[in-house]
Design a protein around this ligand. Structure first.
Ligand code: AMP
Length: 452
């Protein structure tokens, strides 16, 4: 089996990979990393979950020059969530280097703050096409020193109508650069983009069978989708379930329906403010709200490893959407399950986009009517984060030592710039809340509230 060492990765970066738990390269990493290190342009067809982020981020970080004042790498992606995930992974991979700055630029957040960050200097920029163009038109961004351009989830960006924006951004980059394009599928219209952007690219394709994760696909014929959704949840009894609807309105309706029946549900759609999306995702990932109802766009780039079932409440309209949706389960070598609930119209639609799937009657399931997927933890929000220099250890210390909560009752702790979130077992949540309300974290008074 190939190791990262075989890919000519220097020892300090290797040590960091080991400390992050990455033992062996995935197939896309094995194929792409040597080519990227050799300065080749690349078209890589690999799905989310294949390890493609590390495949481009690691060589990028290895090649960064210290103390440059201008951005050296630009990563263009379709959504805010993907921006955050990629930036997070870049920071992890770069933590063995002294001072690598990674900035995210996406819409829905303050332009002024982004300008301030840009002025302080950045090595890697991860942005969505619209917001990047905004910065261009205001001349608040300087990309004249970019050495590497990466387009991630290029198929999705084309779907979202970003082709012209991308071409405009690229026309402002230096001609002498390395360009890498990653895409889960390879639609026909991608050729235009690749011809303009890439020079003699090497093509890498990771076939499905090379992917270690196994996703079981089931299709059920249903008359009443609400009842079928509940039956599916009560039959498979997952710990984390992601449910897809085709419209924003439907996500809200399905969430309300499940909530009324007693399930703990989060909703993710384009109507939410950025902080609401962040809180929804966080409560889903930490298990407070273990069912997430989302649209395709909102769930784009979602990387939560423990999702054990993806349910298509609505049949996706395109084969690419189906692939992207079911790719949210079975992440990082775990097996997963994808269930599609089809009425008569849905069956017809599904047979057009996925002709080989067999369907079963929903009544073949044996639901446990007493099973209601609910969070065993709830989330407390603290009005202090990185800016107040609060770290996870400070929160843990206050909860365990000062308030007397057992470590085993404390779940994920997420620290953001202004706020921090901590998942706490519902059995001790009041004690934690009262203790934090009257106590201090790092000698500072903080405001506390409950998310629900
Ligand atoms: P991606 O395809 O970039 O969305 O990556 C999917 C998941 O695979 C992420 O959670 C990564 O942390 C994980 N991952 C990436 N590379 C490796 C590796 N070499 N070994 C194990 N897990 C990995």
């Amino acid at each position: 089996m190939t190791s990262f060492k075989d890919l000519s990765i220097p020892s300090d970066a290797l040590e960091n990979l080991t400390s992050l738990g990455y033992q062996h390269p995935t197939p896309i990493q094995e194929k792409a990393i040597p080519q990227i290190l050799e300065q080749k342009d690349l078209i890589a067809q690999a799905k989310t979950g294949s390890g493609k982020t590390l495949a481009f981020a690691l060589p990028l970080i290895l090649k960064l020059k210290d103390n440059e004042h201008f951005p050296q790498a630009l990563i263009i992606v379709p959504t805010r969530e993907l921006c955050e995930q990629i930036a997070g992974q870049c920071k992890e991979l770069a933590r063995y280097k002294p001072d690598v700055k990674v900035i995210t630029l996406y819409g829905g957040t303050s332009l002024t703050q982004q300008v301030t960050s840009l002025e302080k200097g950045a090595d890697i920029i991860v942005g969505t096409p619209g917001r990047l163009l905004d910065h261009f038109s205001r001349e608040t961004i300087h990309l004249g020193e970019i050495k590497t351009l990466i387009l991630d989830e290029a198929d999705r960006m084309l779907d979202m109508g970003f082709a012209d924006d991308i071409l405009k951004i690229v026309s402002n980059l230096p001609k002498q650069r390395q360009s890498l394009l990653f895409s889960a599928t390879y639609p026909e219209n991608i050729d235009k983009l690749t011809k303009i952007i890439l020079k003699n690219p090497i093509e890498i394709k990771i076939e499905n069978q090379e992917k270690k994760v196994a996703i079981e696909e089931q299709v059920y014929r249903v008359d009443n989708k609400d009842k079928a959704l509940i039956a599916t949840l009560q039959h498979y009894q997952p710990s984390l379930a992601l449910v897809f609807c085709n419209t924003k309105v439907k996500t809200t309706e399905v969430s309300e329906m499940l909530h009324e029946k007693g399930f703990d549900v989060a909703t993710l759609n384009g109507d939410l403010e950025q902080y609401e999306r962040q809180e929804m995702l966080l409560q889903f990932a930490n298990g407070s709200l273990p069912i997430l109802i989302a649209t395709d766009l909102a769930a784009r780039g979602l990387d939560i490893e423990a999702i054990d079932i993806v349910i298509n409440y609505d049949t996706p309209m395109k084969a690419e959407d189906y692939t992207h949706r079911i790719g949210r389960t079975g992440r990082a070598d775990k097996s997963g399950l994808a269930v599609t609930l089809c009425d008569e119209y849905g069956l017809k639609k599904l047979s057009e986009i996925k002709p080989n799937l067999q369907s079963k009657d929903i009544n073949t399931l044996t639901p446990n009517k007493n099973f209601y997927l609910q969070g065993s933890v709830a989330t407390l929000c603290i009005d202090g984060g990185k800016k107040k220099k609060i770290r996870a250890g400070d929160i843990l210390g206050t909860l365990c030592k000062d308030i007397g909560i057992d470590n085993k009752h404390i779940g994920k702790i997420n620290i953001f710039d202004k706020n921090s979130y901590v998942a706490i077992d519902k059995s001790v949540i009041k004690k934690a809340y009262n203790g934090l309300k009257s106590g201090k974290i790092k000698n500072k008074n903080v405001r506390i509230w409950w998310l629900d």
